[in-house]
Design a protein around this ligand. Structure first.
Ligand SMILES: Nc1nc2c(ncn2[C@@H]2O[C@H](COP(=O)(O)OP(=O)(O)O)[C@@H](O)[C@H]2O)c(=O)[nH]1
Ligand SMILES: [Mg+2]
Length: 343
């Protein structure tokens, strides 16, 4: 059993199946023998010890729940990703994996889930921050290419499980420049529109007075936003609140994509598309448009109640179309319903 874990280590790491320990559990019939009973009690105690997680804020990929919103932290080793998490949340630096040498201390993806009781995100949605190993890593196994491959695995899994990617924080020193190739896995899954969810975050601003490098212009033209991070909890919160203000729009974009997959899959070729399919796609477009308008208008005058009501009504209409279509058993229909339930 132990040999299986050793022989498959590389494949497990590639698929993010990374565990701190593994246990082979043998079940046994209940025995009246007091020696056996004592052995069982000892085993149970040991098992409890092994599965106890000392750091409750850190969760594994498989604990991400549909409906949660994910923010990825990217950047070169030492640019301050782990310190950002510690500053935002108050998790001790050691627990967040802050490095104090030139070498990276973050060797694998680490997800932190927030209930937002400290109002870091100004959102009722559970938000998960994913800390990633730094690019340009001192560990020869963690090449930029392998990190991008792992990001790609995460993104495909997230898409399948209807977990919304709400933002990408790309941290860089004032003198460093983000590498466009690092966004490739995101563009492959979400298209170029994903740049509108990218924040280019300048760190170490408290150490230098250098203004942001000009080379960022290309990414800004694609839709990325800039943010100067001041290495304070307030600055970290401001950034996260900016990013999560787009949760509903990001979800509506995801829903629209799932609906397109549904309607194309159900009525192929295109000429066979029935009224329900067309109706559903139209409603998904309308829904996204309404959420974009709500976002714009909220920035000026607070939440526009009328638009929020319209949005709700569009979602009800989508559910009606799904019921009328009689496709209740299709896995994609189930996914659309799951997405609708997260609002
Ligand atoms: N003064 C200052 N130091 C920082 C900042 N960000 C990171 N550091 C320091 O840079 C080192 C590496 O930070 P770390 O968060 O581990 O970088 P990571 O590799 O991107 O996770 C640590 O010693 C941090 O204290 C910042 O904004 N200001
Ligand atoms: Mg780190």
């Amino acid at each position: 059993m132990d040999a299986w874990w050793t022989n498959n280590k590389d494949a497990s790491v590639f698929h993010e199946l990374i565990v701190d320990a593994h246990v082979c559990v043998t079940t046994a019939a209940r025995s009246a023998n007091p020696i056996h009973q004592q052995q069982v009690r000892r085993s149970l105690h040991r098992l409890r010890e092994l599965i106890h997680r000392p750091n409750l804020s850190s969760i594994s990929f498989y604990e991400l729940t549909p409906g949660c919103a994910v923010i990825f932290l990217l950047g070169c080793t030492g640019c301050g990703k782990s310190l950002f998490i510690s500053t935002l949340t108050g998790i001790p630096e050691d627990e967040a994996g802050v490095g104090h040498a030139l070498q990276s201390r973050t060797h694998r993806f680490k997800a932190f889930q927030f209930s937002d009781s400290n109002r870091s995100f100004n959102s009722d949605t559970p938000v998960v921050l994913v800390d990633t190993p730094g690019f340009n890593n001192s560990d020869p196994k963690l090449t930029d290419e392998s990190i991008c491959k792992s990001i790609s695995v995460w993104l495909h899994e997230m898409y399948k499980r209807d977990i919304t990617l709400v933002g990408i924080l790309y941290l860089h020193h004032a003198t460093g420049t983000p590498v466009t190739a690092h966004f490739r896995p995101f563009v492959e899954v979400y298209g170029k529109s994903i740049y509108s969810r990218v924040s280019l975050v300048t760190t170490m601003q408290d150490e230098t007075n250098i203004s942001q490098p000009e080379d960022l212009d290309q990414l800004v033209r694609e839709g990325a936003r800039r943010f100067i991070y001041e290495n304070t909890p307030e600055s970290a919160r401001e950034l996260c609140q900016n990013v999560t203000s787009d949760i509903d729009v990001a979800r509506a974009e995801h829903l629209k994509r799932v609906v397109s997959e549904l309607t194309q899959g159900l009525s192929n070729p295109l000429e066979d598309r029935n009224a329900n399919d067309v109706g559903l796609e139209g409603l998904a477009d309308e829904h996204l448009e309404l959420l974009r308008r709500i976002r714009e208008e909220s920035a000026n005058d607070g939440a526009p109640t009328e638009l929020l009501e319209q949005c709700k009504s569009v979602r009800c209409q989508m559910e009606d179309v799904l019921i009328q279509g009689g496709q209740a058993m299709s896995p994609l229909v189930e996914r659309v319903k799951r997405c609708l339930r997260t609002y």
